[in-house]
Each structure stands twice: as C-alpha cells, then as structure tokens.
Design a protein around this ligand. Structure first.
Ligand code: ATP
Length: 457
C-alpha cells in the first residue's frame, strides 16, 4: 500500500481527505505543520507528499525545498487556492510534481496522485521531475498560458458569468443582431468579439467603431466611405466601416450617441444591405452581422424620441446584459489573476500573486469601473511591486482606508480563505447547501459545521 504524507492545517478538511484517500487504498499519515512534517519525513518512508501551500509555520514550498534535498525522488503535490495558482506554477519549476486548486473534485485528485506515484523514481532525472505535468493540469495550464501569451479573455465561474456565456454560445452561431447592454468597463466589446469568434464569420473581419467618438458631420463617410474629391478634405478614396466589415461583424459601441440623421442612414443600410460611398454612383452590396452596445437605456431614448424605435428593434433581435463586476463576486480573483499575468507580460515583471489582505479588499470593494478598473488597479500595482506579492501599499488610496487590518502575506489566514470559498460556493448555488457541499467537495455535515464556525447564515 502506497504511503502519503498529507500536510494540511485545516483539521476538518484533512480528516475528510484522509478518509477519502484511505477508501482508495492509500495509507495516509496526517501532519498539520511544516515542523511536524520534517520530523515525520526523517522517521518514515513516504511515496508522496501532498501539502497545502499555506501552513501555520511557513509555506509548502519550504517543505518542498527540504524534501528535494533529503528525498530527491519523492514527488510533492501542492494544494492551492485561486489566488495562489501562480505561486504553485513557480513551485513546479522548483521541482514540485504538480498542483491542484481548491476546491477540487475527487477524480481530479486521484488522477494527480496516480500520475505522481506512477513516476519511476529510479529512472527519472531531476529535469524530468521538474517538468512533469499531469494531464489534468496540462489542460489547466494550457488554458492559462494561452490566456497569458494570447491575452484575449476569460469566461469566469460566477453564476452571472455562466449565464452570460450561455447566452453568447446560444446567439453566436446565428446571424441575429445583438444589442449588448451594461455599465462602462463590464466587457461589452469583449462579449461582441467572443460572439464574432464563435460565429461562422470568424475568419472575416471584426470591425469595432466607437460611435461616441465620431462627429455627426463625418459619420456617413466613416460608415459608408467616400470617393476622392467628393468633399473638401477628401484627399483619397476611403473605405467605410460597412465595406471593411463585409462578410464579418460590425460592432457599433455607444450606439445611443448616433445623431438622428445618422440613425436613419444606418437603418437604411441595414434594410437594403447595400451602401453607397459619398461621391460614388455605385452601390456596394454588404453582408454584415451587426452587434451594438450601449451603457444607456435605449428604451428611454426611444420614449424621449431621441432614438428611432424601428432602428432599436432592428438592433435588438437578441439582447445581452453584461453584469457588473460586483455581481460576479466569485470571479474577482480569477480576473485579478488574469490581469496580473497580462501586466507581468506587458511590464516584464514576475509578480506571483496577491497578499491575503489585497484579496480581501478586492472582494470588499464595489468596483464601479468594473473590469477596466480592476485591470488598471492591477497594472499599476504590478508596476509598483518589487517583491513577489502585491500588497495593500501598492493599491490606490481608496483601498487603504481600513487601517485596522494589517497587510502582508504573513497575515494570510487559511480560515479567511476557506470562509471566502464557502461564501462563494453558497452564492454560486443560491445558498442550496447540498449543492454547495458538492461544489466544495465536502459533506453537508462538514459544511454545516463550517458555516457555524465562520458565522455564515
Ligand atoms: N472576459 C474578460 N476577460 C478578460 N478581460 C476582460 C474580459 N472582459 C473585459 N475585459 C477587459 O476589461 C476591460 C474593459 O472591457 P471592454 O472594453 O470590453 O468594456 P466595455 O463594457 O466595452 O467598456 P465601455 O462601455 O467603456 O466601452 C478591457 O481591458 C478588457 O480587455
């Protein structure tokens, strides 16, 4: 029977894991600290060390260093939370076999353990050990790396995000016009781009136009193009946005800003599916899919007669409301991590994560500027950070008001992290405790006990 040293300071969680692994025929020895683990390693043989990243007397990485010196071939697998994934990836470069992010599901856990144990210690060279990645995490990392090297977008895990992406999946393959509403910075343009990329038009152009930035006098030339010499200042032929987006998608941002006259021109072009550049005698047939976005209430504009009702219905064959970041609480750290990777690449930095205090303050903040604000805060903080972790001191003043709270990763409390995970899981499933327990991979009884312990109602 293979023997595993399980290092986890959360008593209830470690007991649960122990029982689960014992049922799968592993011999489990529990340890709740680095010091205890170090002495156990001297006394007993272990086939695998499975350790939490944050422990009361240090982190799993220092245990990893120790193991690497004394037990070169014993694989070490780390358990992490969202905020720590970047650290775990770094730990893998230092010899950890793999990592698993909490909450994890039993199959994922068994697969990682099986892979780690299957590694032949006698033949594996140091380098091979350093670069071994399980299939499960290969997938996770591939996703992460593609997000980093190709900074497009991530979908999020909150209920609101899932619903948003369900709608995107639903409407993308059709040719329907989509009206995207949502506050500034929520990601409306990213949604438009995802619809385009999931549509049959993905190989054709995606042309984004900010209608708020076009003076009404030149709007028709911008949309439909012009011929050289057709008006003063028309020094060359110009291709309009409709023609440029032919066979693809035209995205009109801030569509509510179009003048009444421009609205009429737009409607006509959409109905007739053809445009005539200014100064030209020939009409050009265009096949475009139209996606529009607004952060104002267009229906109110229709009532006030500032936006044409016929155009409104033409644009609104399907509507998608992009939620505010405050409604996507369980996504905040995921997005923060994504923006951190992006900022690291842009600024050539290697900041690995956020202090627990920063995580807490991010989760307590209302984010009126939504994803754009989060992205800006993180970029600035990454620039200001000289250590491994972004601390409260690198955040704008508005995040520093809670003078009672100490900052620093030494303050990272397992309890806070666990409480957050439980609250997020409960929010995710509308406080259905059976589903939340399933999501967290713990029994209902453990969940009840923890809710009581953390005073969660
Ligand atoms: N799903 C996502 N994943 C990663 N980054 C995102 C996502 N959605 C939006 N962002 C980022 O958030 C920022 C704001 O997004 P975007 O410009 O799409 O918002 P918007 O709602 O169109 O804003 P506005 O109303 O001001 O035009 C951008 O930096 C964008 O890259």
């Amino acid at each position: 029977m293979k023997s595993i040293l399980l290092v986890e300071d959360d008593i209830a969680f470690s007991q649960m894991l122990k029982r689960f692994l014992e049922r799968h025929k592993f011999n489990i020895v529990l340890s709740h600290s680095i010091a205890q683990s170090k002495s156990l390693i001297k006394e007993e043989h272990f086939d695998l060390i499975f350790t939490d990243l944050r422990l009361p007397d240090g982190d799993g990485i220092s245990l990893l260093d120790d193991v690497k010196h004394s037990l070169k071939h014993t694989p070490v697998v780390l358990m992490t939370s969202y905020a720590e994934v970047t650290t775990a990836v770094k730990a893998m470069k230092n010899g950890a076999f793999d990592y698993i992010s909490k909450p994890f599901n039993p199959d994922e856990l068994l697969e990682i353990i099986k892979n780690a144990l299957e590694e032949n210690p006698e033949t594996s060279k140091e380098g091979a050990l350093n670069t071994k990645i399980s299939d499960t995490n290969k997938k996770q990392k591939a996703k992460k790396e593609s997000a980093t090297s190709n900074p497009t977008f991530i979908t999020g895990i909150s209920k609101a995000s899932k619903k948003l992406y369900e709608y995107i999946d639903l409407v993308a393959p059709t040719d329907m016009s989509v009206l995207i509403t949502g506050e500034s910075g929520t990601g409306k343009e990213v949604v438009a781009k995802s619809i385009h990329l999931q549509s049959t038009r993905r190989e054709a152009p995606f042309i984004a136009v900010d209608c708020g930035a076009i003076p009404k006098e030149i709007a028709s030339s911008e949309f439909f193009g012009h011929k050289k010499g057709s008006f003063t200042g028309a020094f060359n032929d110009k291709i309009g946005h409709f023609e440029a987006a032919n066979n693809g998608t035209l995205f009109l941002d801030e569509v509510g800003n179009l003048s009444y006259e421009n609205q009429i021109q737009l409607l006509r072009a959409l109905q007739e599916r053809r445009v005539k550049p200014i100064g030209s005698n020939t009409e050009i047939e265009v096949d475009i899919r139209l996606i529009t976005a607004t952060n104002e209430d267009l229906l109110k504009a229709v009532e006030a007669n500032t936006f044409r009702e016929d155009l409104y219905h033409r644009l609104n064959e399907f509507s998608i409301q992009v939620p505010n970041l405050s409604e996507r609480q369980s996504d905040i750290i995921l997005y923060a991590d994504f923006f951190l990777s992006k900022a690291n690449t842009q600024l050539k930095k290697e900041v690995v994560g956020f202090s627990s205090e920063v995580v807490k303050r991010f989760q307590n903040y209302s984010w009126p500027g939504n994803l754009r604000e989060l992205s800006n805060v993180i970029k600035r903080a990454t620039l200001l950070t000289t250590g491994d972790y972004i601390e409260v001191t690198a955040l704008p003043e508005k995040f520093k008001t809670d003078a009672q709270q100490k900052s620093g990763i030494e303050n990272f409390s397992k309890k806070d992290n666990e409480k957050e995970l439980i609250i997020n899981a409960l929010n995710e499933v509308d406080y259905n405790r059976t589903k939340a327990a399933k999501l967290l991979n713990i029994t209902r009884k453990t969940l009840y006990n923890k809710m009581k312990e953390y005073d969660i109602n």
